[in-house]
Design a protein around this ligand. Structure first.
Ligand SMILES: [Zn+2]
Length: 61
């Protein structure tokens, strides 16, 4: 519970904002794959996160 997979980023590479606590959620909607969340980081970077139904969240660059 303390460690996360190494291939999953945990903080913004630009401003180090924690990715699991979006600075500003722009929109969130359900798709056939899961719930997609569009968020804006504290530094202005846009991100798309997909949280599959019943699974762990996948962060896309
Ligand atoms: Zn950032």
């Amino acid at each position: 519970m303390t460690d996360r997979p190494a291939d999953r980023p945990t903080a913004c590479p630009v401003c180090a904002w924690p990715l699991d606590q979006p600075y500003e959620v722009v929109s969130r909607h359900a798709t056939s794959e899961g719930v997609v969340t569009y968020s804006r980081c504290a530094c202005g970077e846009m991100r798309v996160a997909l949280r599959p139904y019943g699974g762990a969240e996948i962060l896309r660059p």
